[in-house]
Design a protein around this ligand. Sequence first.
Ligand code: NAP
Ligand code: ZN
Length: 351
Amino acid sequence: MPNAKAYAASSATSPLAPITIARRDPTANDVQIEILFCGICHSDLHQVRNEWSGVMPTIYPCVPGHEIVGRVTKVGSGVTKFKAGDIAAVGCMVDSDGTCFECQQGLEQFCANATLTYNFPDKHTGGVTYGGYSDSVVVDQRFVLRVPSNLDLAGAAPLLCAGITTYSPLRHWGVTTGKKVGIVGLGGLGHMGVKLAHALGAHVVLFTTSPGKKDDALRLGADEVVLSRDANEVNKHAGSFDFILDAVSANHDIDSYINLLRRDGNITLVGAPEKPLSISAFNLIMRRRSFSGSPIGGIAETQEMLDFCGANNITADVEVIPIQKINEAYDRLLKADVKYRFSIDMASLKA
Ligand code: NAP
Ligand code: ZN
């Protein structure tokens, strides 16, 4: 098996450091990709620090990264979708059984036998999957996406998680022209939520804890910005939203947002904080409101999202960093100090 360069965490408390990992030789249906850019998702940080130990405990060494864009270097004999030299992308999943009810509906994210891009049993190597903080990856063609040629690659990488994770619930809950939509938290997911909801035609209100992000939010497509620590400002929107997307990475008062929904409004949680959130029964009952969660999106919908972004010229706002700055980037992510996604230039891994 060929070796690949990567960055890994060796425990929940150790910084990420260089490592050499084995990648499989491409089998008939595989696409081998030289990784050009990989976004840094807050999930990478949760996983590296084993903050989701109750649900998906971290196996070390852990090579994170599931916002991957690169160039195809080799394909297996059965690959029809890609050829060497093509630009290709990989998100949070690299496999699924392809036969179950969910897969047949194109909803691979709900397949009980799906394989996530990292920290999952790897049925090819018998080890664990390793993600995109690496110079290469080998993935079944079913899980490889096309990037519209007009999109900047560093900014396109975050679409593979932050983009689809916000696009999917916005579409599922019927966000379109005339709907009033709230986005909570202007981080990697939140800023994609603002751009996509705006492009879908909604009236977008951004809730942020960071006064310094107000002008950016308006530039990104928000119609209004509310400082979430100002209860008076928040409550002016009581009972008015069709849909709210909560993309906060830490514990916060989600109940105060439920109260902003109109009758039959929905709030969907995509943020995955470590600790449980508290919700008042009456806030939901009184206006028949609903509270949901949503994980990433299926492969067909991910391609639809990429094509939508191509047609609307949407990419993430990125700060491109060399891999050597990864630990500093994690510290800054925890302080909500990134505008609005780090994208690792993987050429730095060759240095
Ligand atoms: P991020 O870039 O770090 O953004 C999180 C934002 O949340 C921050 O920018 C900040 O926005 C806000 N925030 C942070 N701490 C807060 C606090 N204590 N109280 C209120 N607001 C706070 O993270 P991300 O990469 O967008 O990910 C967000 C969450 O989604 C993470 O938990 C991640 O694991 C999860 N996620 C879920 C899925 C899924 O499939 N459901 C996929 C990807 C990621 P302001 O500065 O504007 O307040
Ligand atoms: Zn992610």
